[in-house]
Design a protein around this ligand. Structure first.
Ligand SMILES: Nc1nc2c(ncn2[C@@H]2O[C@H](COP(=O)(O)OP(=O)(O)OP(=O)(O)O)[C@@H](O)[C@H]2O)c(=O)[nH]1
Ligand SMILES: [Mg+2]
Length: 297
């Protein structure tokens, strides 16, 4: 083992929709965390681990920080968004260059007492260079001594500079995970998330927020992996929408998810989906725990 090996945790935090999950996937090189154009996609802390001969970066994707606390799931997500700040070796605060606003400043103020912050100004592909400068100046007035690294997670622009910064600031130490481990989550978890992503991207209004997905069976056979999963909604009317006319919505969800799962596990997949109702699960602590929304995860 290299005596100069570096290893540590890098928290990715910020308000919803700033590109935290996209960034983690881009750096780790695998789609571990789901992404969508709408806010509050990520609900759990998810590790993405990148190991080389010289270092191990353990990225921690988090739910976006936001103020709503009225449902039990929001309280769980808020805990997951912030609980690792104190333990991270580096905290990357993600900002959207086109949407730097009061809620970002609130987050910056909240983390400003930590001395391991770097600001990642994301989505620079959406503005021309000159238009990014005033935003950087504005950020500097709030956080005058903090490094700002502009990137595009989606277009993989300037990620090498961000990685250089991270590696420079990682402490020396032994790896925390085996060198072939990419995440702390199980394949069942990731499969459930992929299915949720397809629903999150295609359904409108509040419905995506009423959905959670559980994998019930996962069986690897020589020629095919058989997976069956339940999509849980909060009301009967929602069930009808998730199924769609003659099952069309459910069929589309299944085939989009299957393609992604097959890519991930490099195996043929037979995916069976069910839709069931559990009244108001997102505001019920017992249902949340049963669906994996517990602080032990
Ligand atoms: N144009 C552009 N879009 C981006 C970039 N990074 C992320 N996005 C898009 O922004 C949206 C949100 O990305 P996510 O990675 O899901 O954002 P997040 O911060 O994880 O969101 P939450 O989990 O809801 O907190 C998606 O539609 C992404 O494709 C970028 O660099 N450029
Ligand atoms: Mg996310």
């Amino acid at each position: 083992m290299n005596t100069k090996f570096k290893s540590g945790y890098i928290a990715l935090v910020g308000k919803p929709n700033t590109g935290k999950s996209t960034l983690m996937n881009a750096i780790v090189g695998e789609k571990l965390s789901i992404t969508a154009h709408r806010p509050q996609t990520t609900r759990h802390q998810i590790l993405g681990i990148k190991t080389t001969d010289d270092y191990q970066c353990i990225f921690v994707d988090t739910p976006g920080m936001h103020d709503s606390r009225h449902k039990a799931i929001h309280r769980y997500m808020n805990r997951a968004a912030t609980s690792m700040l104190a333990d991270a070796n580096i905290v990357c605060v993600l900002l959207d260059v086109k949407d730097f606003a009061a809620d970002d400043i609130k987050i910056l103020n909240r983390v400003s007492n930590q001395n391991n912050i770097v600001i990642v100004l994301n989505k620079i592909d959406q503005l021309d260079k000159n238009a990014c400068l005033p935003v950087m100046q504005k950020i500097s007035t709030v956080m005058p001594d903090t490094e700002i690294i502009p990137v595009s997670a989606l277009q993989k622009e300037n990620l090498e500079n961000l990685e250089k910064y991270i590696i420079n600031h990682l402490p020396y130490g032994l790896p925390h995970f085996p060198d072939d481990q990419l995440t702390d989550k199980s394949m069942r978890f990731i499969v459930a998330e992929i299915i949720r992503e397809k629903l999150f991207r295609s359904l409108t209004h509040e419905l995506p927020y009423s959905i959670t997905v559980q994998v019930d069976h996962y069986k690897v056979e020589p020629d095919i992996t058989r997976i069956s999963a339940t999509i849980w909604v909060e009301r009967k009317t929602q069930k009808a929408i998730v199924i769609g006319k003659k099952g069309s919505q459910l069929k589309q969800t299944g085939s989009l998810a299957r393609v992604d799962i097959e890519k991930l596990i490099e195996h043929r997949v037979y995916l069976q989906l069910w839709v069931k109702v559990r009244d108001d699960w997102s505001d019920d602590e017992r249902s949340l725990a049963a669906f994996g929304y517990s602080d032990a995860n």
